[in-house]
Design a protein around this ligand. Structure first.
Ligand SMILES: Nc1ncnc2c1ncn2[C@@H]1O[C@H](COP(=O)(O)OP(=O)(O)O)[C@@H](O)[C@H]1O
Ligand SMILES: *[C@@H]1O[C@H](CO)[C@@H](O)[C@H](O)[C@H]1NC(C)=O
Ligand SMILES: *[C@@H]1O[C@H](CO)[C@@H](O)[C@H](O)[C@H]1NC(C)=O
Ligand SMILES: *[C@@H]1O[C@H](CO)[C@@H](O)[C@H](O)[C@H]1NC(C)=O
Ligand SMILES: *[C@@H]1O[C@H](CO)[C@@H](O)[C@H](O)[C@H]1NC(C)=O
Ligand SMILES: CC(=O)N[C@H]1CO[C@H](CO)[C@@H](O)[C@@H]1O
Ligand SMILES: [Mg+2]
Length: 445
């Protein structure tokens, strides 16, 4: 059962619970829409289409020590959920999460939930080993291994195949869950895993596996990541160290809540909570410097700058001509080389592009030619960006947006926040194509 298959930072059976924080008064709660083992969902009277997701409070303990630990844990769980959703949202992943409301509640888009737990694995462990005897713990999946489980407590959440999901013919918020939706969830799970994996890698921590759920936004009928990603949703191995897992095995097999066990649980949570905030922090900060031969190329350069902003990359525009003022070009270059900030230069020069090649021959930083080609001479002009003397490694990208994207890909090698945006954008493009095709097929029926 998945609940117990993800013991790492959690355990439902420990029955730890969060301390009481009542919803702030300005929030008018409507009907209770849903209730599960750990959460209640309330309509928001003044905000149609949104709901309050309230963690259930199971405080029964009078014991002060235990209460103290529970309070610490609530804050940690809170931080985990909100940081993870923030990371995903800033990357561009569509999620139901809107904002944190209190220590134990957040506001989300009202969804009808698809009753499937999507599991994604990088490293074989836990229930996978039981279901696949012969596979040793630590086996590495590349590509990622996907599994799904039907949320059915009475039957211990059975594993399902894609065919079983299709045959179940779920319909949620008026959306039938067919091949298109299944493919979108499958692809999204992989992208979400890769984003979280990349983020945790900055903390020298291996994301071993993860389980998530999707819902259908009742307003837009979009399939979005919903429910929560928290302590109970993943396995994290610090420094890829499996012996940590043995510790956690202890909690899983725990029959009783002892103070020692609680301390261990707490230490783990603290370990995560110390690091989860860091996932949102840039590890490296680079910049793009666009050099244009003339201000007549300004509109073209502004497009590069705008696209850089969408990746969160600062972009500076400068005017310099390698033909008319090579001394100045090299002086500008030296200025950017001298302050230690990783830089990608983009050279924008019409007609004969001397600028990019001169830069490329004189700096170890990457240079991207992005010549603004005109219909009359473009086919001839482009050769001044393509045919280089030996020893020059500049690239040529014609579209200004694509030049910015290429620069982002360079920074993405060391900056996970940039990489996450590129990864989410790839997913969103894939989903858009899929939906466009679905719509077209529906029209031609
Ligand atoms: N944004 C949302 N809108 C509507 N329902 C939601 C949303 N997020 C979660 N839910 C649903 O709220 C219910 C309570 O959650 P939970 O206690 O985790 O249930 P479970 O025990 O089934 O895992 C579940 O049915 C869950 O799918
Ligand atoms: C879902 O619905 C809300 C309002 O109900 C809307 O604002 C939001 O953009 C929709 N999409 C996603 C991905 O949440
Ligand atoms: C819960 O998260 C929100 C948003 O990040 C934060 O403002 C709040 O202080 C957190 N609560 C606790 C107890 O950490
Ligand atoms: C997800 O997609 C992959 C690749 O298309 C496929 O091999 C796999 O069976 C799918 N997984 C599930 C659980 O549907
Ligand atoms: C990361 O983990 C590796 C592998 O165990 C370890 O050798 C290394 O010291 C760790 N690095 C940091 C920065 O913690
Ligand atoms: C064991 C534990 O602390 N589990 C907590 C994980 O986080 C959720 C909230 O997101 C809490 O409700 C659980 O108690
Ligand atoms: Mg749940």
């Amino acid at each position: 059962k998945m609940q117990t298959d993800f013991p790492v930072l959690s355990s439902a059976r420990l029955r730890l619970s969060t301390h009481q924080v009542s919803p702030r008064p300005q929030l008018k709660l409507g009907q209770k829409l849903n209730e599960g083992k750990t959460k209640q969902i309330f309509e928001l009277v003044d905000q149609p289409g949104l709901v309050l997701v309230q963690s259930k409070d199971q405080i029964t303990a009078g014991n002060a020590v235990r209460k103290d630990q529970m309070e610490g844990k609530a804050a940690i769980a809170n931080k985990t959920t909100s940081c993870v959703f923030k990371l995903l949202q800033e990357a561009g992943i569509k999620t139901a999460f809107v904002k944190q409301h209190s220590d134990t509640a957040f506001i989300a888009a009202h969804c009808e939930m698809i009753p499937i737990e999507w599991v994604c694995r990088r490293v074989a462990t836990g229930s996978f080993l039981k279901r696949n005897p012969g596979v040793k713990e630590g086996y590495r999946f590349s590509p990622l291994k996907m599994e799904m489980f039907f949320k059915d407590d009475a039957n211990n959440d059975p594993q399902w195949s894609e065919e079983q999901l299709l045959e179940a013919k779920f319909s949620l918020a008026g959306l039938s869950i067919g091949q298109c939706e299944v493919d979108i969830m499958n692809r999204s799970t992989v992208a979400i895993f890769e984003i979280l994996e990349k983020a945790w890698a900055t903390q020298n921590c291996t994301l071993v596996d993860m389980k998530i759920e999707f819902g259908v936004n009742v307003t837009t009928k979009e399939v979005v990541l919903a429910d929560v990603i928290d302590n109970d949703s993943w396995r994290l191995w610090p420094a890829g160290d499996r012996s940590q897992q043995k510790d956690k095995q202890v909690y899983r097999d725990l029959k009783e809540v002892t103070p020692e066990a609680m301390q261990m649980v707490k230490r783990n949570f603290e370990w995560v909570s110390e690091r989860v905030k860091l996932l949102l922090e840039p590890q490296a900060s680079g910049r793009v410097v666009v050099l244009m031969g003339s201000t007549s190329d300004m509109a073209h350069c502004e497009k590069i700058k705008k696209a850089c902003a969408s990746y969160g990359i600062p972009c500076t525009l400068r005017v310099t001509s390698a033909h008319k003022g090579p001394d100045e070009t090299l002086r500008i270059k030296a200025g950017y080389e001298g302050d230690g900030v990783p830089t990608v230069f983009v050279a924008v020069a019409g007609r004969s592009n001397g600028l990019g090649p001169v830069m490329s021959g004189n700096t170890a930083y990457p240079v991207i030619n992005c010549p603004p080609l005109t219909p009359d001479w473009g086919a001839q002009d482009v050769w001044s960006s393509l045919r280089m003397p030996s020893g020059l490694g500049c690239s040529t990208v014609l579209s200004p947006e694509a030049a910015a994207q290429f620069a982002a890909q360079i920074f993405g090698l060391s900056d996970h926040l940039v990489w996450c945006k590129l990864r989410a954008s790839m997913l969103n493009t894939w989903v858009s194509l899929k939906l466009a095709d679905k719509k077209l097929q529906a029209c031609s029926l």
